[in-house]
Structures are given as C-alpha cells and as structure tokens.
Ligand binder design. Structure first.
Ligand SMILES: Cc1cc2nc3c(=O)[nH]c(=O)nc-3n(C[C@H](O)[C@H](O)[C@H](O)COP(=O)(O)OP(=O)(O)OC[C@H]3O[C@@H](n4cnc5c(N)ncnc54)[C@H](O)[C@@H]3O)c2cc1C
Length: 470
C-alpha cells in the first residue's frame, strides 16, 4: 500500500463510523464486479457503505484530497461493467441509503438511491400509484443505479424510460459539494437541464444520494397476447405494423435460441420450433384492451403467425412476462455470455435482427436475441466458453460486429445498459469526434481530476480500441 493510500484509509477511519467501512478482502469481493462479471476487476482499497449524504460528502472530500478513485455502486446488477472496481479505489456503495417517502398529493416519491426499483413500486402501490420504469431486473436493481444508467425496461414502449420520471435529485460533486437539482415540480425551466445531465451519467459526474420521481395512477390489469412466427422477417415486420398504428403497453421479442433457453428453464410449453415470438400487452380499460389486442391479433395473423394466444387473466399474462424477464438468466445457464444492448430506429429492426443472425453464422457462435422490440432495443447474448481461447476471440469479434452493424443502421451501441467499461472502446465510433469532445469537456468541468468512476464511459484521449478490447 502506498503512503497516499494509507492516508486515505486513516482519514476515512477517523471521520466515519467503523461499521460503514468494509476492509477485509473476502467481504470486499462481493463489491468488485457487476453482472458483466469482468475477470479483470481491480482490487479496491476499501468499500464504504454510507447512510447519509453528509457521509458521502466526507468520502468524496477525502478521495479528492488524495486523488483516490471512487467507483459509485448501487446493487451491482449493471451489464456493462460500470461498477467494476478499479485498483486502489473506494467502492462507494449506496445500498444502505434506502428510505422511501411517497407524497400522494403531488404524486411524487423521494427515494434513497439504494432502494430497489421493486421497493419504490411497492411503496407507490400502497397509495394506488405506479412508478412505471421496469427493467427486467426490477426486483434486484437500485433506483439510483436506474437513474445513473437511465434504465429502460418492458413498459417503456408506452410509458418511457427512467429519465421521463426523474424530477430532481441530490448529487455529491467531485469537489464534495452536495447540490439539489430540480424538485417535486412538474414544470421547471430555470437554468440548464442539469437534472437530466446526471441521468445516465453512469457515476462519472457525481454520486446521486437522493432522487425525486414522478408517479402516475396505477395501471389497469393487462390483457396479453403471445404470438409465434416461422421467420425473423415475419416477426419484425409485425412489430413495425403494430407500432405504426398503436402503442401497446408491452411489445417484447424472443428469437429461437431464447425461446428454447427459456423453455429449458420453465417447461411452460413454448413453441420450440418458432423463429420468433412476441409478447404484447394492452393496459387500456377492458373494452379498449379487447379492441386493441384483437387488432394486434389480426396484424399477427396477416404476417403469418403460426399461433396467437390471448388472455385477460393477469396472472397468466404475468407468467409469459416472467418468462421473458428470465431470458437472460436462462441463457446464462448455457455458458458465459457477452451481452449486447444495441438499438435502432424501428424500421431497421428487421435488418438488425437478421444481421445479428448472420454475424452468428459468420463467426460460428451462438447468439440468442431478445428485444424490447417496440423500442427497437435488442439484447443479443453471445454464448461462449471462455476457456476456449479461439471461441472467446470469435465471440469478441461478433460483439464488435453487432455494434458496428447497429451504427451502420443508424442505431446506438447501447439503448439502456450504458457504456460502462465494456462498450467504452466503441463510443467514439458512435458519437463522432465533436460529440465525444463535448462529453470530455463536461467531464473535465465537473470532475477535473478524474476521480469519479475512472475508465468507465470515457477513455483517456490517447487510448485506442485495440489497447482496451479484450
Ligand atoms: C437479469 C437482468 C436483466 C436486466 N434487464 C434490464 C432491463 O430490462 N433494462 C435495463 O435498463 N437494464 C437491465 N438490466 C441492467 C441493470 O439492472 C440496470 O442497468 C440497472 O439500472 C443497474 O442498477 P444497479 O443498482 O444494479 O446499478 P450498478 O450496477 O451498481 O451501477 C450501474 C452504474 O450506475 C452507477 N451508479 C449506481 N448507483 C449510483 C449512484 N447512486 N450515483 C451515481 N452513480 C451510480 C455505477 O457507477 C454504474 O456506472 C438487467 C440486469 C440483469 C442482471
């Protein structure tokens, strides 16, 4: 340990309660990686689990004085390596900052960043209210992590993503100041949109210590349609035909490999021969939902659906949605995965999905693709055996090719998981020089010494893709 690190530790120990400092290597192990499972995760100096904004400020001030890196961390369910520890870092885990206060009058909630998305939803439901953003991981991910990644999910196709519900927040800046941005007001245009700047900033601009979120009236029980198709082209053409005419409350896609992995895990009787499957929901009031779903059914049939099944039983509908939510863990049972998150404008969804299948064939790897299809946001999972060096190399080639394809189709390298450390090498290709420079200018203005989540999202200017890709 360097003298500088020893001073950092000593000052943390002198100014914070002992119970919020985690020092022993076995306990720190649980805080080194997110769900991207980076094998090269660093070894942190210490994990700090503060309970107040003031404690976060003290940590940041000490880190700033010694140039010690800070890796902000929520629940560690991220899929892009955003909360992967770096050597000598303070991992700042906000998991204990989890109080939730709902104000049914303004239909807002004030939440600690460490509260789980599901806990915020449950607190809102007690007042007949609903917090819509619903990443598949909603039972295990934190609301602060959702804000920091601008998380999406299954109902975004109708209800938007996290940023659409963020009214305000408290953020600890890299110099230790705590600022309050926005508040429980539906309209507020005073000054620049700084609240939105921090949404999706992935822990690189500040540590979020409180969020204020908008709630809406509780959702109607959904009516669900499940349709299977013989080809990918039929499936994606159906998505476009639906979204051109209406806004279902869910429009999810699974390809052949995903259907089979989910069926292996659930034995719920999914059609193993289908090339594509759509799960669609309507949460309109009863009669309107029947009309919407029957129109969607006729669109599916007109596009060659082999089977269409509808149910207005919310529990039965939820079983299909749960099957979709467990698609990632179901595929993880078949091997290590490199998880993609590319998105395209809806008319290019067909080209993206068929292009991904072609990339799989060309590189001789299995790619299972699922999608928040109504948003044009796909999750191709490249399944591989990391102990087979040659297969691993092909998987990494496919990973890069999928992102290049998305860019070529006018899409993005990440629709909701964030850039983190895994996608950093491709960010320049996507943003272009001017916008990348703008990102660096903002980062340098707010964190001139680069102590907040170094190495995530933005690369040092001289770094090349070859030097970072593994
Ligand atoms: C099975 C599975 C399904 C998933 N499905 C979806 C999905 O449908 N949609 C979706 O969007 N994501 C999905 N995810 C990804 C993940 O759950 C989200 O990215 C989530 O928002 C991360 O929250 P977290 O609390 O786990 O954050 P972490 O993983 O701990 O951190 C994520 C990033 O946010 C930063 N961060 C966390 N907390 C703070 C804070 N308080 N202040 C500043 N920065 C902070 C971290 O530094 C890191 O860069 C899924 C993950 C899994 C494992």
């Amino acid at each position: 340990m360097t003298r500088n690190d020893a001073h950092t530790l000593e000052e943390l120990e002198n100014s914070l309660p002992a119970e919020i400092l985690v020092r022993d290597p076995a306990s720190m192990e649980a805080y080194r990686r997110d769900r991207a499972n980076d094998p090269h995760a660093g070894v942190p100096l210490v994990v700090v689990r503060p309970t107040t904004t003031e404690q976060v400020q003290r940590v940041v001030l000490i880190a700033a004085a010694h140039g010690t890196p800070i890796v902000p961390r929520g629940a560690g369910t991220g899929l892009s390596g955003g909360s992967t520890a770096v050597d000598r870092a303070i991992v700042l885990s906000v998991d204990r900052m989890n109080t939730i206060t709902v104000d049914p009058v303004t239909r807002t909630v004030v939440s600690g960043p460490g509260a789980l998305n599901a806990e915020v939803k449950a607190a809102a439901a007690e007042h007949g209210l609903w917090y819509p953003p619903d990443p598949s991981s909603f039972e295990i991910c934190s609301i602060g992590g959702n804000v920091a990644t601008n998380a999406g999910g299954l109902c975004c196709v109708k209800y938007g993503v996290t940023t659409d519900y963020v009214l305000g927040m408290t953020v600890v800046l890299a110099d230790g100041r705590a600022v309050k941005l926005g508040g429980p007001r539906l309209k507020d245009v005073a000054g620049m949109s700084l609240t939105k700047l921090f949404v999706g900033s992935e822990g690189t601009l500040g540590v979020i210590t409180e969020v204020q979120l908008r709630l809406i009236p509780a959702q109607n029980p959904p009516t669900t349609l499940v349709a299977t198709f013989p080809t990918l082209e039929d499936t994606t053409a159906t998505v476009l035909a639906i979204t051109q005419r209406m806004r279902p409350s869910m429009l999810e896609f699974m390809d052949h490999a995903t259907i089979n992995a989910v069926e292996d895990a659930t034995r719920m009787g999914l059609d193993r021969d289908a090339a594509g499957m759509l799960i669609v929901q309507s949460d309109e009031s009863t009669e309107a939902a029947v009309a919407e779903i029957s129109l969607i059914e006729s669109i599916c049939n007109a596009h060659g659906a082999t089977e269409c099944y509808t149910t207005d039983d919310p529990e039965e509908g939820e079983a299909f949605v749960t099957a979709r939510r467990m698609a990632i863990p179901a595929i993880e049972r078949h091997g290590a995965v490199l998880l993609e998150d590319v998105g395209v404008p809806l008319p290019r969804l067909g080209d993206l999905v068929t292009g991904i299948a072609e990339i799989a064939r060309r590189n001789d790897v299995t790619i299972a693709t699922m999608a928040h299809a109504g948003d044009g946001n796909t999750h191709p999972l490249i399944v591989h055996d990391p102990s087979d060096a040659e297969q691993l190399a092909r998987a990494h080639d496919a990973y890069g090719e999928v992102m290049s394809l998305a860019i070529e189709l006018g899409g993005t390298i990440t629709g909701e998981h964030g850039v983190g450390r895994l996608k950093r090498p491709w960010l320049a290709d996507y943003l272009g020089d001017d916008v990348l420079e703008l990102n660096h200018l903002i980062k340098n203005a707010l964190d001139p010494n680069g102590i907040l989540n170094p190495g995530s999202v933005l690369a040092p200017a001289a770094e090349t893709r070859e030097s970072t890709a593994r």
